[in-house]
Design a protein around this ligand. Sequence first.
Ligand SMILES: CC(C)(COP(=O)(O)OP(=O)(O)OC[C@H]1O[C@@H](n2cnc3c(N)ncnc32)[C@H](O)[C@@H]1OP(=O)(O)O)[C@@H](O)C(=O)NCCC(=O)NCCS
Length: 160
Amino acid sequence: MRWLARLWPSPTPAVEPATSRDSQALARLHGASFHRGWGVAEFEQMLRERNTLLHRLRAGRHVIGFAVSRLAADEAEILSIAIDSKQRGRGLSRDLLHTHLGHLAGRGVRTVFLEVEENNQPARKLYQRAGFAVVGRRERYYREPGGAELNALVMRRDLS
Ligand SMILES: CC(C)(COP(=O)(O)OP(=O)(O)OC[C@H]1O[C@@H](n2cnc3c(N)ncnc32)[C@H](O)[C@@H]1OP(=O)(O)O)[C@@H](O)C(=O)NCCC(=O)NCCS
């Protein structure tokens, strides 16, 4: 099938504002990426809120990633970021995060925070490369379905 992929290369993914029409795809992606998935109604709600910024990563007709933040005055918290498991490891999250941060800066945000599970190496590398630094650690912050408790790191980046 590789020759087919060469004939019709997949389109370059685009980072765009998400709309309410994306809610189902976003909930599917979130559910496949995290233990406690957010439902369609939760995404619809976030898309209605003025203090929430949600970007999708679109390849052709498919939503293959998203980033969502909540804003409060000149600070924001990245609530979630995910890439479709079949598309991971291609560096796609870098563009998504970079564009998302640019829009946060455009909305007057000066400082961005996030929490990341300590052992989540792909996410930690992504954030480190994007200029985030560890500013705190929360012991046993996440609980796995099996009962294991995992630590969270708090990261911060100033936007200039
Ligand atoms: C975190 C996530 C968004 C990264 O997306 P991605 O497009 O696959 O990221 P990249 O391909 O840019 O890889 C990020 C870095 O992690 C590294 N990486 C990828 N898989 C890895 C693994 N299994 N172990 C260690 N490092 C890994 C990559 O090499 C890259 O590092 P580099 O920039 O030094 O080369 C994606 O893995 C994901 O959706 N995970 C599930 C949801 C999640 O955990 N979100 C973060 C919540 S805080």
